[in-house]
Ligand binder design. Structure first.
Ligand SMILES: [Mn+2]
Length: 293
């Protein structure tokens, strides 16, 4: 897969809103990739990210402050870890790992199932014969831990596990920090409003606006879950917010269980329990999308 876009463009590489670890690392790796191909580009992080992501990024040796900047009107966009944007700028390229039935007609488009977007970018770099340094390997391996709840999510590609093991052995990476950060247990001591919006993402399926948050916890007290659900009911039932459905996902990465709670208004709630760990992007949201088409 060869990237072939106009060289005279100034490219701004952008990850999704509410950036997570994989999104940031994908931006950094993609920037390194495009620069080595001779493109003029920079990675832009328009907003600061959440505390657990910041902590993991600092463990990975990434100083994000240097990337915080707005995208300028005369720049073209290269999207990573997502494939749609509200920005007016022209999109010239996209690398994602959220395959969709929708068609994207960007000059360069690569969207395949992969444990993380960053590991897919690193694979593309090595396949293109581009030199990858140790820190870039470290970031890609770390991103898989962060995007798969420490290799426990169904999103994980088995072939990546073997590859990660080989890289960690060869380069002597200690996975202890990655495992701990990757489980990303939600701080349930925070205010209910904050817990309810953990890892919030927005989706648009046809004309339907869907919000989704996911909480990682071993034993979420029922009373707290009730308060969270009530809070979300009040958000969804307020028409000003323009949300048709909120998908609340409670993942228990310790016992491999998932609860999916769909809230479409006050009292309009469905519950599903799964005796395995689901992935939001690979299991839950594609199933939700199917119910709307
Ligand atoms: Mn990702």
């Amino acid at each position: 897969m060869k990237i072939n876009i106009e060289k005279e463009n100034r490219i701004a590489i952008k990850g999704h809103d509410n950036p997570d670890f994989d999104s940031v690392v994908s931006g950094i790796l993609c920037c390194s990739y495009l620069k080595k191909l001779g493109y003029s580009c920079r990675y832009c992080l328009p907003s600061i990210t959440d505390k657990p992501t910041l902590l993991a990024l600092s463990h990975a040796g990434v100083d994000i402050l240097q990337y915080i900047s707005d995208i300028e009107d005369d720049e073209v966009l290269f999207l990573v870890d997502h494939h749609e944007t509200n920005l007016k700028n022209t999109v010239v390229g996209c690398i994602d790992h959220h395959p969709t039935v929708k068609e994207c007609s960007y000059p360069f488009y690569h969207n395949v199932k992969s444990s993380s977007c960053a590991v897919e970018i690193l694979r593309m770099m090595t396949e293109a014969g581009i030199e990858v340094d140790e820190q870039e390997y470290y970031l890609a391996v770390f991103s898989v831990y962060m995007d798969t709840m420490s290799l426990r999510s169904s999103k994980l590609n088995e072939s990546d596990v073997i590859w990660i093991g080989q890289i960690c052995n060869r380069l002597g990476f200690d996975t202890g920090v990655m495992i701990n950060d990757g489980l990303a247990l939600t701080d349930i001591g925070e205010p209910v409003e904050l817990i309810a919006q953990s890892n919030l993402k927005y989706y648009k399926f046809g004309s339907v606006n869907v919000a989704s948050s996911d909480i990682h916890a071993k034993d979420l007290p029922q009373r707290l879950l009730d308060e969270i659900t009530e809070h979300i009911e009040s958000i969804v039932s307020d028409e000003k917010n323009g949300i048709d459905m909120w998908v609340l996902i409670i993942m228990n990465p310790v016992d491999y269980k998932t609860d999916v709670i769909k809230i479409s208004g006050r009292g309009n709630i469905t519950y599903e329990h799964h005796e395995r760990l689901l992935s939001r992007s690979h299991d839950v949201m594609p199933a939700v999308e199917k119910t709307f088409i």
